[in-house]
Design a protein around this ligand. Sequence first.
Ligand SMILES: [Zn+2]
Length: 145
Amino acid sequence: MPRLKVKTKIKRPRLKVKTKIKRSKPKGTKMFCPSCEEHRKCEAVSVAKISCKTDDYEQRKYIDKHDDIKIFQRGRICSRCQHEFITYEVDSDLIWELVELRESLSKIKQHAEKYKSESNKASKSLSKLSNSLNILQALKIYKSS
Ligand SMILES: [Zn+2]
């Protein structure tokens, strides 16, 4: 009896599944993230989203008792660490004024610390002098000048 050759090989259709997930590029402006302490892309969002104050939607603001300080605020979210923070945009003259004030305050602090140290030493010397005078006054031979 002749043998029958039967092809049993069935070709299965190959399923192609796309698993590649498209990641969107981080949104925003590259700026300094205070949490990462590096420049990262930070998305601009409403300040109310960051502060959780529903009435904090105005971007243009003034500081109480300092009408000359006009700010433009933005909420920011770091694309890397998701840290949320608020930035203020101000006239650059205000930043230079801040730098000068910081430097002046630093010198005042140094002088005040030196004054405090020197006045403590002077106070101890005056106290010793006063004690010496008390000893002299206790002597029978002491005559006030
Ligand atoms: Zn960050």
